[in-house]
Design a protein around this ligand. Structure first.
Ligand code: F6P
Length: 275
């Protein structure tokens, strides 16, 4: 199976499928999941050399179904399939499913209505892994596993809705972020997981936070007067340790404010311990 998408239609499902690979459901035949997002062709070309057209299913995942990167890659794999299997409607029907808010665009592209998964327009791309954009997650952990995953998210939604502010995790994290950025002038936030399964966590958070908060105009049209978001960055700990930690002062605690050598660079380091 190959998920073709970009941004939220790639990063979320990629991050979670990788993180939960230990919970992969057993299938009669091995089900291998791949992700393609870049439009330059390098990911696809390498992958298509390893896949058999007869046994490959493509998930075309695009909330808008108009993102050029995704549609271009979708067209490439369609030609690849048709070159071997021929130009028959059955080929499209048996080798493509679509995930989008736009059924008419999926149908126009050639995705059979019964192979279309629909999500609501109000689901932001960066949150969409909780919707049917999370199909690759369900394919990894199974439908029951996906339901448990949604139940975890629901529990956190309820906590956010009901917990008093002084014990409310999202509220406290938001306030700490605003405080660090605006009052302590800490403008970057590094996320350094010490668990290889969280390889894509920092990339996912980059979109989640920076695309959400990287705005300079309020809903009423006025410019914001505060910094809305730090720069999120990070890497799995051990590799990061042997790459850029040298630039940082010694890390002893789980969370520590650091100053650059000339005192001008400040950032917040967050270490996510493995296990
Ligand atoms: O799922 P789509 O519509 O292809 O969009 C992909 C990404 O492009 C954006 O719309 C803008 O970068 C993201 O919000 C989204 O995740």
């Amino acid at each position: 199976m190959v998920n073709i998408g970009v941004g939220g239609s790639d990063l979320g499902p990629l991050m979670v499928s990788h993180a939960l690979a230990d919970f992969k459901q057993a299938t009669v035949k091995p089900l291998n999941l791949h992700f393609v997002s870049t439009i330059d062709g390098s990911q696809l070309s390498e992958l298509l050399h390893r896949l058999r057209p007869e046994t490959t299913l493509f998930i075309i995942s695009s909330k808008s179904f108009s993102t050029i990167d995704t549609l271009s890659n979708a067209q490439t794999v369609r030609l690849w399939l048709e070159k071997t299997l021929g130009q028959y409607p059955q080929v499209l029907k048996h080798h493509f499913v679509g995930v989008s808010t736009k059924p008419e665009k999926m149908t126009a592209w050639g995705i059979a209505p019964e192979n279309q998964f629909l999500l609501w327009d109000w689901v932001g791309g960066r949150y969409s892994l909780w919707s049917c954009i999370g199909l690759p997650i369900a394919l990894t952990v199974g439908v029951e596993g996906f339901k448990q995953f949604l139940a975890g998210a629901h529990a956190m939604d309820r906590h956010f809705q009901t917990a008093p502010f002084n014990r409310n995790i999202p509220v406290l994290m938001g306030l700490i972020g605003a405080w660090n950025n605006n009052f302590l002038d800490i403008q970057t936030h590094a996320v350094l997981p010490y668990d290889g399964r969280l390889k894509y966590f920092a990339s996912y958070l980059q979109q989640l936070e920076m695309e959400s908060n990287g705005k300079c105009v309020q809903r009423n049209g006025q410019e914001v007067s505060l910094d809305t978001c730090p720069i999120i960055w990070g890497e799995v700990g051990p590799n990061a340790q042997h790459a850029f930690y040298q630039l940082l002062p010694l890390l002893n605690g789980e969370e520590k404010e650091v100053s650059g050598l000339d005192g001008s660079t400040r950032g917040l380091i967050e270490v996510v311990l493995g296990g």
